[in-house]
Unconditional design. Structure first.
Length: 721
């Protein structure tokens, strides 16, 4: 200890001497200090360690930790299913809550695509049942055409297997990943296989499979029927077999049902399965949805039209949308063909004269065989395509929802008093045609006023929110912090209280405040995003739709809006993009990429419905102002007529009638009536109407579109929520 203390004292003495000597030898010492600092760099210290290591002192090179041969022995290829099994967040399985919604979404999308392609009005059954703590069994069935036996294991047990990836055709699915990834997640989290039963006709046998995905090989592994599945005969014997083995199936002549048990979390409100199905009913008014939740409540969304959307056409890729690498690959795949034949047969909008012009610009012959075209010629051809003016792709391959059906869908599900819709003309991005549609609803009751007390109790019990304020903001769309604060203040409860620990009196006060507080002016716009009729539930801020809404000046249309925020008011806005290839930001298909062409069309669609809303709000304000003005006139007319008659001797009743006539004429706008299309009922050609594709309703007469029935109760006791 004494030696250590002595050494420390010596170091301190040396430091003091150096400091004292600094003024005398300032320039010299600066150079020495710099040298010492350089010696303390990591590379210098590493060199010092090498010099002092035993191997370096003996002149022997340091021993390597691994060799090229050893590293090569550990390298191997991985299958796509193995990759996504470790990176399931890329497919939308980030957490148990999101996993449940993604599973339902992928199955419903497949069912709708199958029904529409077969020309069948779709009816879908969604059943969620809790099997254990944080475990749910999800069953989705449709009345579609069914699936051939040999295709069932591949569709549900192999990633990147499907019929849509190779075709430029508008559809909900694109990649052939979704439903098989949901099954893989279920197997990973519960170990239970995916169960599929499919039937192609009333007199045909039903095919029943229990499968798992072999992630090493990306192949299905069939667990029942000695690896071949089971064929269930039609008729009564088949029904008996299904009942005996506990196979879930709603009796239908044809269709498919998939059942997946997975680790999940069931919630209500924002981001829930119920909200997703409600939004699906808006964009798909031709479907009937039957939804049974874990609490044995059944929700039915009846179709509002019996007309199927037109069948979308498949198109060839447009030359402007093909990159150099893809062009070279297409040339290699096309053997025994000339360049002219290749261009006219593999691309849309390319005629023989146009193909000749492209080849001339590239400096290659039209009769050149494709297998003789090298990388250099392919690059010349690619640049020639970019320089040549080519007509945009055909747009008959796109099937929009349509303005009338948007109005019907929103009116059936979203309460309001004013509805407007606009469909933009087709446009093109990167050679891919697309079309934007916008629907808007104004008015109606706030989301907090549409729930029962029992549902509020369930929501409080299920929520993960730490405070009541957080619970209100995250559960009810468009409520916002300002509306939540109003409700909490009226209920006289603490903002930091935990929702699950509220006392019965506090819950009653909260429920009463939610019903009675007017939050219409403070609530934020509710945004409903769609891609090919599919609701987009997550990554709202990263989506081109949301960013375009934020950059739109809604103050011009009568709504209040803070800088960089959503407009305020009882407004619901839906934006739909229909395209043969939707540019999603990731494989989970949760947000639209920011292409300038897409954002421009969205902005024009928003402005179209915004103008109609602005006209409606200004007209409504004018009616209110004139009504208030008339009320003031009527309040004092009798006294004025009496006073004037006493002064000049005119008969008071006659004077009163004349003044009343003048007051009504001056405030005629107070009597303005509009029909359901937003047009003035009085025939006056000088009056401005709200245009086409507008629906105005009496909000007090709006009927709920969702019937919620508890299974244990009799049908007569059903109640509307």
């Amino acid at each position: 200890m004494g030696d250590v203390a002595l050494a420390t004292a010596k170091k301190k003495t040396v430091k003091k001497k150096v400091r004292a000597a600094k003024p005398a030898t300032r320039s010299v010492k600066k150079k020495k200090v710099k040298k010492k600092v350089r010696k303390k760099t990591p590379s210098a210290s590493a060199d010092a360690e090498m010099q002092h290591s035993p191997a370096a002192s003996n002149g022997v090179a340091p021993k390597r930790r691994s060799t090229a041969k050893a590293m090569a022995a550990t390298q191997r290829d991985i299958s796509v299913s193995e990759f996504f099994a470790k990176n399931r967040h890329l497919l939308g399985f980030d957490n148990p809550r999101k996993a449940l919604l993604t599973t339902v979404k992928e199955a419903v999308d497949n069912s709708l695509d199958a029904c529409e392609e077969a020309g069948i009005l779709p009816e879908i059954w969604v059943h969620i049942q809790q099997t254990a703590n944080d475990r749910y069994k999800v069953g989705i069935q449709d009345n579609g055409p069914g699936i051939l036996k040999k295709q069932i294991p591949l569709i549900f047990g192999k990633l990147l297997y499907g019929s849509k990836f190779h075709r430029l055709r508008q559809s909900r699915g694109q990649q052939g990943i979704g439903i098989s990834a949901a099954g893989m997640y279920g197997v990973q989290t519960t170990g239970k296989p995916v169960k599929i039963i499919s039937k192609v006709g009333a007199r045909k046998p039903a095919h029943y499979y229990e499968i798992q995905i072999d992630t090493k090989k990306n192949e299905p592994r069939i667990l029942n029927g000695k690896g071949e599945g089971v064929d269930i005969p039609p008729g009564e014997s088949g029904k008996a077999y299904i009942e005996k083995h506990g196979i879930e199936w709603v009796e239908q002549p044809h269709g498919t049902r998939v059942t997946i048990e997975l680790e999940a979390k069931f919630v209500r409100g924002r981001g829930s399965v119920g909200e997703y199905l409600e939004q699906t009913a808006i964009a798909n008014p031709h479907i009937t949805l039957n939804y049974e939740d874990p609490d044995d409540f059944v929700y039915t969304y009846e179709r509002s039209t019996k007309v199927l959307p037109p069948e979308p056409k498949e198109i060839k890729p447009h030359p402007y949308g093909v990159e150099l690498g893809r062009l070279a690959a297409m040339l290699e795949e096309t053997q025994g063909s000339t360049l002219s034949e290749f261009l006219t047969s593999r691309f849309s909008r390319v005629t023989s004269p146009l193909a000749r012009r492209i080849c001339q610009t590239a400096g290659v012959g039209t009769r050149t065989n494709t297998h003789k075209v090298g990388r250099k010629e392919a690059e010349l051809l690619f640049h020639a395509i970019q320089k040549t003016k080519i007509s945009p792709p055909a747009t008959d391959c796109i099937c929009p929802i349509g303005e009338d059906l948007i109005l019907k869908g929103m009116h059936k599900v979203v309460p309001g008093e004013f509805y407007a819709a606009a469909t933009r003309p087709p446009a093109v991005y990167r050679g891919n045609p697309f079309q934007i549609e916008v629907g808007l609803t104004y008015g109606g009751s706030a989301p907090t006023q549409n729930i029962s007390k029992d549902l509020l109790l369930d929501l409080l019990e299920e929520t993960d929110a730490r405070t009541v304020r957080q619970f209100l903001v995250h559960t009810f769309n468009g409520l916002g912090g300002e509306g939540a604060d109003k409700i909490i203040k009226t209920a006289s409860i603490g903002t930091r209280q935990t929702p699950s620990k509220l006392k019965p009196k506090e819950i009653e006060a909260l429920f009463t405040a939610m019903k009675n507080v007017n939050i219409a002016e403070g609530q934020s716009m509710e945004v409903l995003r769609y891609a090919n009729r599919v609701p987009l539930q997550f990554q709202q801020s990263a989506c081109a739709i949301t960013q375009t809404i934020l950059n739109t000046n809604w103050r011009s249309y009568g709504l209040s809006q803070s800088r960089g925020g959503l407009p305020k008011g009882p407004v619901s806005l839906m934006v739909h993009i229909a395209s043969v290839w939707v540019p999603f930001t990731s494989e989970s298909k949760e947000a639209i990429a920011n292409y300038p062409e897409i954002q421009k069309e969205i902005r024009l669609g928003l402005q179209a419905v915004g103008r109609k809303l602005g006209m409606f709000l200004r007209r409504r304000l004018r009616v209110k102002q004139q009504s208030d003005r008339r009320e003031i006139f009527l309040r004092y007319l009798k006294e004025v007529s009496t006073a004037v008659s006493e002064i000049n001797g005119v008969k008071q009743p006659e004077l009163y009638e004349q003044l009343l006539s003048v007051a009504k004429r001056r405030t005629a706008d107070a009597d303005m009536k509009l029909d359901e299309r937003g047009k003035k009922i009085q025939e006056d050609p000088t009056q401005l109407d709200l245009g086409e594709n507008v629906l105005i309703v009496d909000p007090t007469q709006h009927e709920a579109a969702i019937n919620r029935v508890e299974i244990e109760e009799e049908p007569e006791e059903a109640y509307e929520e």
